[in-house]
Design a protein around this ligand. Sequence first.
Ligand code: DO4
Ligand code: MG
Length: 302
Amino acid sequence: MLRLLPKAATLFVARETLQATSLRKILLRMKLYRGRDHFVIEHQNHFYEIPASSWDEIVNDENIADRLSGQLHNATQIDHLPDLLAPIGSQEVWAAGVTYYRSRDARMEESKSAGGGDFYDRVYSAQRPELFFKATPHRVVGPGEKVAIRTDASWSVPEPELVLFVTPGGRIAGYTIGNDMSSRDIEGENPLYLPQAKVYDRSCALGPCLLVSENPLPLSTEIKIEIQREGRTAFSGATSLKEMKRTPEDLVRYLYHSCSFPTGCFLFTGTGIVPPDSFTLKSGDEISITIPPVGTLSNAVG
Ligand code: DO4
Ligand code: MG
């Protein structure tokens, strides 16, 4: 610990304690990356390689932040980030839906002719949230990898979402960015088709890192998306956590009710950005989703 403190701080016990406290606060918000061969912590714009046998070993600690700040002292500094993989090990990925008014509206519109609209209105205001299973790890892609469109879908969109990492004990220990790729024509035809509209190979992107934070993200946190097509912006949009109807803690409480997650889990918190109905993704589109404290997740469609 002292190695990272200014020398003068060691002369005054009270000041040292103060310095150590603020250092701890800084350390308890850091980015954890999963590289192909090793794990990396980003701290104050420097990268440190840390030893671990697996992603699960790191994130299954109920106090990930303390574990990482402890490891930082013996870590090897490296010049740049390695090629990144999705920040996931053996965790299941779940998702909440219709947590923003914009999503409720879009869902009611797309399912109107099938008579499903009322369900979305009811779930938006019900106490119990909509929670659905999104992906097993092998269906998840990481930064720079391609997300897919279902070949039997005619109307596909990305859903840019804040994703929680929840420990086996049910504590929100970190945040990442997610793309909940969705087939709106299939979902709109019948709400019972939701698993097919949502769960298919490469339908889920996560990354670029896990922001390990002991403090919740402020409601002013923005979520932004930009889709580039043939060199121009085909769609862009933004929202903030202020627009979310439910709290992350409430979503976790329902997810963990009568359901265990031995290695923790990821939980998408819902989308507040839906492109206009005339928009559908095409192969070659480049999707960038930014949540400022976490970073940017970029994936092409293909
Ligand atoms: O009910 C359909 C899914 C909604 C969803 O994924 C979202 O609101 O983000
Ligand atoms: Mg979604």
